[in-house]
Design a protein around this ligand. Sequence first.
Ligand code: 6PG
Length: 474
Amino acid sequence: MSEQQYNYGMVGLGTMGCNLVLNMSDKGFSVAGYDKDPKKVDTLNGLDVHNNIEAFNDIHAFVQALQTPRTILLLVPAGPIVDAVINELKPLLQAEDIIIDCGNSHFTDTQTRIDALAKEGLHFMGLGVSGGETGARFGPSIMPGGDLKAYNRISSMLDAVAAKVNDEPCTAYMGKGAAGHYVKMVHNGIEYALMQLLAETYHILKVHGGLTNEELHDTFDSWNKGRLQSFLVEITAAVFTQPDEEGKGMLIDFIADTAHQKGTGAWMSQDAMRIQSPIPAIDAAVTQRILSSLKQQRVVAARFFNKENVVEAAPNKETLILDVEAALYTSFIITYAQGLAMLQQASTTYKYETDIAVVASIWRGGCIIRAALLKEITEAFRKDDKLANLMLAEEFSEQVKTGSIALRRVLQKGLQYAIPMPGFSACLNYYDSYFSEWLPANLIQAQRDFFGAHTYERTDKEGTFHTNWNQTIY
Ligand code: 6PG
């Protein structure tokens, strides 16, 4: 049994858990690891270069090796495994110990666990980690939420291991309760929408623009040097020059066109409906992944529609690329606007007390949706923490207005040439709706009152009204 008392514990020594332990070890924290799999235990012990790590496959020895009050991080798959680990640990812990779930758990599960463990005097925190394996190893963006006292006990460690932008750590307190996992869910929903927009960009440039993989690489690469600079644009550029290992050409051309998902994007859409916050770009991205998976049906259906009625005019490549860049940039802004507006709404609904400027600032580095744009987004919310929508901020209103013209032109091409663009379309429709003083919802109210006596409000006086409509059609 170990003599040393370790600063932190980590349960789950898969790639993410192992990399986070190594990151903590580099920063001078001693860490005890636990995994049921002896191979993972041996691997981590073999990587202990600073002599401050010890991995166990005996949970009693692991818990006893930790300094008290204990701080135990979990990096295990979301769902029942989290509860199984908690149940194994619980009898071995004592009041004031902290368990931190670093996986992509659903925020409602996190809230249930917080409440249940609080009854036993234990702190439970939901903490989002973004940045994949490399992020975990060298600096992720970290989104912790929960009890502030518990957060204060771990904040210096989180600051040390997180990515840095201008020496500022990409981590901060996200708010009360399950705020950490909620913010991570919103991060992932935005990630889905940005990826969908990039896929649509690829589609129109490849199919209508006729760009080769090399030209696609050069286009995304040059965009990444400008206002679109972001991790997702950067990796998209790199994808187009990745050769196929079997020497058949570029790998991208051999990857099946069915997108998978683990569900975090759909969770965001589901909760957006619940709390009544419109996020059509994220909804479209989730739906389009589902549609892409209907491959067999698409193959059959495509035989009936070979685009024979679509007459394509040869595009001016340069003009098309300029327009698509503006459409993409504008849609990126609109996507962040939708995600952050939902977060603002959720913070009120769930009493998280989340500071949107802080969220935007910790997404500037380390995470999948990191982008140069987040600097201006942070500033906009710093200036006005009650900002109802990012598109109204002075930094963005003019940019979105100008960009919407190119976005409209790109969508016209998509419609004309039967190139589906649900992400771009959702962004433009959101923009057009949000900036419309009048929407035809009066007709919907009239219909509701007509068939169901659901009542309506009037434009010329206060109150709720019902009309005995002329129901001769019955
Ligand atoms: C991150 C990612 C990560 C997510 C993957 C896969 O922030 O590092 O969001 O948490 O699990 O991107 O998500 P899907 O399988 O749902 O695409």
